[in-house]
Structure formats: structure tokens, C-alpha cells
Ligand binder design. Structure first.
Ligand SMILES: [Zn+2]
Length: 121
């Protein structure tokens, strides 16, 4: 899904995008002439391999994500702004990026997570 910046209104509009097992559901709205905000929940029941013991386990991703997209180079201080250079907000590309970021974190199965927490005490 791609939407032109100029077609996005300042009233929040709903969107829902499925990307493999991941569902992103939320709203987007215009903040200024060149800035759009996406506010959504990223949800997925996914199978994971534990980075410590190699066990497979089921994990429920449920993240609340708010991000800003700039039409062209962003000149402000906020580092989390995604820049688009063709005057379109590319929802699919943005959400794929968020999914990849989520996947690239370290993941521990519930048992290893518990061990990790106990060691911290
Ligand atoms: Zn483990």
C-alpha cells in the first residue's frame, strides 16, 4: 500500500496491513505539510528459535509503534523519522522494516528468559 502525501488528511485514517504472519493495525494522519504520523499495533503469533538454547517456542509479538514519515529530507532533531523521496508513504516498506527490526533483536525462550532475569538479581 502506497499513499501520496498530499492525499493524507490531518484526521486519523485507519489502516490494516498483513505481512506474512504479522498484522499491523492502526491509523495515520498528517502532522504538517511534509510530515505524516503512523500509530499502530504490530501483532503476530510467531515461532521462534531461542538464541541461547536453540529450542523452538511460540512467541506473541504485540508492539505499539509510533513513527513519523517525512516527505523529503527531514531537517528536525527527531532521529526516528523515515524519509521518503517520491512523495508517497510506502506502508509496506515501512512495516517490513519494522518487522525486520523486531526479528533482529535477541530472543530467548521463556526458560532462558527466566534464567537471564534471575542472574540479574
Ligand atoms: Zn532457551
Amino acid at each position: 500500500m502506497r499513499i501520496a502525501f498530499r492525499k493524507i488528511s490531518s484526521n486519523a485514517s485507519p489502516f490494516e496491513i498483513k505481512n506474512r504472519a504479522y498484522i499491523s493495525k492502526g491509523t495515520f494522519r498528517r502532522l504538517s505539510h511534509t510530515l505524516v504520523e503512523l500509530d499502530f499495533r504490530l501483532y503476530a503469533p510467531v515461532k521462534r528459535i531461542c538464541d541461547r538454547c536453540g529450542a523452538e517456542y511460540l512467541h506473541e509479538v504485540d508492539e505499539k509503534i509510533t513513527l513519523k514519515v517525512s516527505d523529503g529530507a527531514f531537517k528536525g532533531e527527531d532521529l526516528d523519522v523515515i524519509e521518503c523521496f517520491d512523495h508517497y508513504v510506502d506502508f509496506d516498506a515501512i512495516i517490513s522494516g519494522e518487522i525486520e527490526a523486531e526479528k533482529s533483536d535477541y530472543h530467548f525462550c521463556p526458560q532462558c528468559q527466566e534464567t537471564e532475569n534471575n542472574q540479574g538479581e
